[in-house]
Structures are given as structure tokens and as C-alpha cells.
Ligand binder design. Structure first.
Ligand SMILES: Nc1ncnc2c1ncn2[C@@H]1O[C@H](COP(=O)(O)OP(=O)(O)OP(=O)(O)O)[C@@H](O)[C@H]1O
Ligand SMILES: [Mg+2]
Length: 412
């Protein structure tokens, strides 16, 4: 199963192009699901169909089934998260934590978006789909969302380490709660395990370059090239594969017979768009264009027309990516690796990082890397946790961070 995510700035045409891509795939006979995580539910408008949280079939003339759904985050929040939150609250209260504080403690950041993504994974993995097309929210939110599984599992691990969860009874003992609290703790541990499993699964799905890729939609207006470059760096920082840029609403060339103000306007706009397109073509991701339709492209026939302008005769999901190059590699640069004179280098492959501000901070056993306007918290491999950072530099697209053993920690 292939998963293609569409993202981009507000209003550029993410929903329309995700729906158009899915319609064309269905038309070519592939079992396709298009799903939206946008609470505004505009996917239904684009397809001219009423959608719900379970996939419904939309007829595509001459094609196999096109199925569509939108994720209802509110309902999810109440259903699955509410249960776990309830458990946690009771337990914290039982451990003597003030009720108000317990409430605060059980609000995890970004949990709503996370549930949406988890739901996408659920419908994606339980159906017979060959391709799942996801209409994501705007870029900034998508980036935050895509970083969440990793950030949250770190958070979860720190609060309730897996090795402690594994020892039944230990958490209840630590909390000071009596024997009666045991079944409640067990249920919480089960719920936490389920959440951890969910996060792990999501990360695996997103990081699997042979399966998952992202398409960035934009409109060819000035300044968009620089911004797109930042987006590409930010996505790379999260280890995600961008398989293409899509410039939407591209105007046709004005025919010579078109004179007067309308002709002038079209010629000027067209020339301006072409300049931006040539800048975009220089970026490292392949660029496709979709025509500016005269009428709003809604309904399957109009969407198919847009899709044809976008893909021509090419397969909309042809290029399956190479297996992911590890984003993060550790090399030994001196010593034996066990001796105190050893030196190590952590290498992060970050295309485009040299073009903008780059920031690096060591926080305990983690490294916070900021590039392309986004931040990622990288858990350090255990050998590096016992080292101090001695320097950092860019080598081409690689950010290299040098480490040397910390004498206070190394021999322990
Ligand atoms: N190629 C196109 N030609 C003409 N109109 C288009 C084209 N692409 C999108 N539109 C129209 O532009 C509007 C915005 O498109 P769409 O809803 O797909 O954008 P979006 O990026 O999903 O927006 P949002 O950020 O609000 O989710 C819609 O009315 C849509 O019909
Ligand atoms: Mg949309």
C-alpha cells in the first residue's frame, strides 16, 4: 500500500489536488482511499459528496472504487483519549495529586492531531487499499503533526518508562496507592502500552520511504521558492520523503489574437508565473503543474480534468522511493570506541540546511536541531549520552556534530 500526503499553505489547492489524484487513481482501476484530517471538511465539497468517518464509495465512470472519508477529531478525542485521560486522572488523584493539577498533567500537547493521524493509519491499514491519499492541513500544522509521534513517545517514556510499565504493581507501589488501586493501574498501563504502540506504528509508517511520501502544493507566486526550500529542509529534518512539488493554478499562454487589457494581464501574469516556475525547477524535488481551471473544479469529472493536466499519461504514484537513508548516523572518528581517547561524530543528512539559520542545542540525552524553521528533538544513541559535544559543522548537506567522552560518565 502506498500512502501519499498532500500539504502546502492555506488555500493553495491541497484538498482539490488530493481528491483529483485519488479520482485518477481510481479511474485507472486501483483501490483508492482519499481521507482528510482537516476539520473544515472541504473534501466532501470537492467530491460533491457527503462524507463521514467510515469510507464511502464515490462512483468514478469507467474506474474501480474511489472511497473517501474524513476524520472526526472531536469524536475521537472524546472516545479514545477520554478513556485514558480518565484512568490517569483517577490514579493521580489516588496518589494524592490535587485534582486541578491532575487535570493539567493529563493534557498532552497535540493529542487531537495525533489521534487524527492515528485514525488515518487505522482506516489505511484495515482496508483493501492500494493507495491512500491524505489531505493534510496546512504545512505548519502538518510539520508539527508529523513530529508529534516522536516527541510524544519521548514524553510518554519519560513519564512512564517502559521498563517500569513492564513490572506490574511497581507504578501503583510508587504512587503510594494501596492494593485496591492495582486493577486501575493495570488498565492504565494497558492504555499507555496501546498509545506507545500506536505512536511507534505511526512513526514507522511515516518513516517508511518505500511506502509513504509527501507532496507539497503551492501556487506560483513571488517569494514562494525561498519558502518552499525551507519547507523541504523542515520535512527532511523529520526524515520524511518529499516526492514532488505541485504548482497549482498555472495560467495558459495568451494566444496572439487576445489583445487589449485582458491580453496584457494574462501575458504579464503568465510571465511572472513562468519565472517562479523556473526557480522552483531548480529545487531538488521534481516539479509538476496543474492548470488554473475556469470554474471551481468540484465533482469527479472536473477533478479528473485537473488530474490529467497534472499527470498527463504518467502514473500519479509511480516513483516508489528508495529505502530511507538513515537520517542519523554515528561514526567513530578516533580511538577504539571504548577508550577514553575515542571521538565520535553524529551525522544528520539535511538537504538545504546551509541556506538558512541552523540551531543546535544539547538538552540532557537529546539534541534539539532547528532548521528550515522547524525543530526536532533527536534522542542521542546511548554511547553519545556519555559524551560531551565538542563541535559542529556543515559538510555539504550533512550536519556533523562531534562528541568526546565525558570522563565523569565514561568509565561508569
Ligand atoms: N486548479 C484550480 N483551478 C481553479 N480553482 C481551483 C484550482 N485548485 C483549487 N481551486 C479552488 O480553490 C479553492 C481552494 O482550493 P482547496 O480547498 O483545494 O485548497 P486547500 O489548500 O485545501 O485549502 P485549505 O487550506 O483551506 O484546506 C477551492 O474553491 C477550489 O475549488
Ligand atoms: Mg483543504
Amino acid at each position: 500500500m502506498r500512502v501519499v500526503l498532500f500539504t502546502g499553505k492555506g488555500g493553495v489547492g491541497k484538498t482539490t489536488l488530493a481528491a483529483a489524484t485519488a479520482a485518477l487513481l481510481a479511474r485507472s482501476g486501483r483501490k483508492t482511499l482519499v481521507v482528510s484530517t482537516d476539520p473544515a471538511h472541504s473534501l466532501g465539497d470537492a467530491l460533491e459528496a457527503a462524507l463521514g468517518s467510515e469510507p464511502v464509495e464515490i462512483p468514478v465512470e469507467g474506474g474501480g472504487g474511489l472511497f473517501a472519508a474524513h476524520v472526526d477529531t472531536r469524536a475521537l478525542l472524546d472516545r479514545s483519549w477520554g478513556r485514558l485521560q480518565g484512568h490517569l486522572r483517577t490514579l493521580l488523584a489516588g496518589a494524592g495529586v490535587d485534582e486541578l493539577v491532575a487535570d493539567e498533567l493529563t493534557v498532552l500537547p497535540g493529542v487531537e492531531e495525533l489521534l487524527a493521524l492515528g485514525e488515518v493509519r487505522r482506516v489505511a491499514e484495515t482496508g483493501p487499499w492500494e493507495v491512500v491519499v491524505v489531505d493534510c492541513g496546512p504545512t505548519a500544522e502538518t510539520l508539527r503533526l508529523l513530529g508529534l509521534p516522536e516527541a510524544l513517545s519521548g514524553y510518554l517514556e519519560r513519564l512512564f518508562p517502559a521498563h517500569r510499565r513492564a513490572v506490574r504493581g511497581l507504578l501503583a507501589g510508587l504512587s503510594g496507592a494501596g492494593r485496591d488501586a492495582q486493577p486501575a493501574w493495570d488498565r492504565t498501563v494497558d492504555a499507555l502500552d496501546a498509545l506507545a504502540e500506536q505512536l511507534g506504528g505511526l512513526r514507522a509508517m511515516l518513516a517508511d520511504h518505500t511506502r509513504t511520501s509527501i507532496r507539497v502544493v503551492l501556487t506560483p507566486e513571488r517569494v514562494v521558492a525561498a519558502e518552499t526550500r525551507r519547507t523541504l529542509t523542515a520535512l527532511a529534518l523529520h526524515g520524511l520523503r518529499v516526492d514532488g512539488l505541485v504548482a497549482n493554478r498555472v495560467l495558459p499562454t495568451a494566444p496572439p489574437s487576445l489583445r487589449g487589457p485582458a491580453g496584457r494581464w494574462l501575458r504579464e501574469r503568465h510571465a511572472e508565473q513562468q519565472t517562479v516556475l523556473s526557480e522552483l525547477a531548480a529545487l531538488p524535488s521534481p516539479l509538476r503543474t496543474a492548470d488554473h481551471a475556469a470554474a471551481e473544479p468540484t465533482g469527479v469529472p472536473a477533478l479528473l480534468e485537473i488530474a490529467r493536466s497534472l499527470y498527463g499519461d504518467a502514473d500519479p504514484v509511480a516513483a516508489a522511493g528508495a529505502p530511507a537513508e538513515p537520517l542519523l548516523q554515528v561514526r567513530r572518528t578516533a580511538g577504539t570506541g571504548t577508550s577514553i581517547e575515542s571521538e565520535f561524530e553524529l551525522v544528520l543528512h539535511l538537504p538545504g540546511a546551509a541556506d538558512g539559520p541552523l540551531d543546535l542545542a544539547r538538552v540532557g540525552d537529546e539534541l534539539a536541531v532547528t532548521a528550515g524553521g522547524t525543530r526536532r528533538i533527536v534522542a542521542l544513541p546511548s554511547v553519545l549520552c556519555r559524551c560531551t559535544v565538542t563541535g559542529a559543522r556543515l559538510r555539504g548537506d550533512d550536519l556533523c556534530v562531534a562528541f568526546a567522552p565525558d570522563p565523569a560518565l565514561w568509565l561508569r
